[in-house]
Design a protein around this ligand. Sequence first.
Ligand code: CTP
Length: 399
Amino acid sequence: MRLKGKNILLGITGGIAAYKAAILIRLLVKEGAEVKVVMTKLAKEFITPLTLATLSKNPILVDFFDPENGQWNSHVDLGTWADLYLIAPTTANTMGKMANAIADNLLVTSYLSAKCQVMLAPAMDLDMFQHPANLKNIETLKSYGNIVIEPESGELASGLEGKGRMAEPETILSNVVEFFTQKKNLNSKKILITAGPTFEPIDPVRFIGNYSTGKMGYAIAEELANQGAQVILVSGPTNLDIKSPQIKRINVHTAQEMYETSISKFPDCDAAIMTAAVADFSPKVRFEEKVKRGKDDLQIKLKPNRDIAAELGKIKKENQLLVGFALETNNETENAKKKINTKNLDFIVLNSLNDKGAGFGCDTNKISIIDNGSNKIDFELKSKHEVAVDIVDELIKRL
Ligand code: CTP
């Protein structure tokens, strides 16, 4: 029962290999997986929904809605329910749609909404497989992070011999099992991460905030989850979504809320990464009513907020790691080193607003990592996803 507790959405498209989907469902169910099936209209010509519903013990989904009663089959719900979306067989037609977001059936809309890993088992005739357009689509789909189970060579339905036959159900099963059981570096680790800005209320409609979008913190949270960690993401207000079910997001608004949540969660964690742009000050008094326009200057007195990183630094145990961020405009390295000491950090990720492509809102970042022994590594300008991988690698080395 190597797949016990796993939700697998099986997509079946219209090729002769669809008949093998029945065997595949049996293998998945035997391993303990919960299987739901979504098919294209053409796939129904190759294998009946009744067979698949009987084997998967779930109704088969084909249309966007049930014409009898108008009930919607939500592709968004399917996309969030699944731990893995396996499409087997995947025809050249469906791969073309997937690579170009042509969302004209439930199977492809579910793909575009999927928050989980997607795995494809292409099946087609050898000339179709080798056509540059098809190979380009496969490369595009791989570049989006989809896993492609290579088709096998052998006798094809056309009578020709060559590469294009869908991998055997047993091979597909091995790929699925490997995906769920592969060794991940942060399995059994629990990691706290703060992200985004904090909003400090002035009155019921106004606040003091900052330009942080949370992108860097969210990218790190996703990478931690990719590496098998349980992630607690304490997030200030952002417009971002999380993909991985292993990330538990706790939404907060103010620095005080972020402090309270972080301090209560940290003792159970193996590490904390402080990416949030926490407001250093908040209004001393919050006006109960909206402040009206007036002729005189308006003065708002600010009081300092707690330094969350430094507070975690005080209660940090020997087996815990604490990572900080520093966004600096001048004397960058010197300032970052000071923060390592005052906050009791193990290492700090430094980015300078003087570097093009680094800082708020960009999709790229250029960082240096400085540790508490003053070792410094400088990285190139990279996408925030790649930067997240570098930071998480550094954490793994030290955990
Ligand atoms: N930090 C925090 N709580 C605060 C302020 C900062 O947890 N109230 C964390 C940030 O998430 C970051 C690190 O401390 O990981 C450094 O943040 P930064 O704003 O650069 O440092 P400050 O201590 O606020 O120093 P300054 O703004 O004066 O440079």
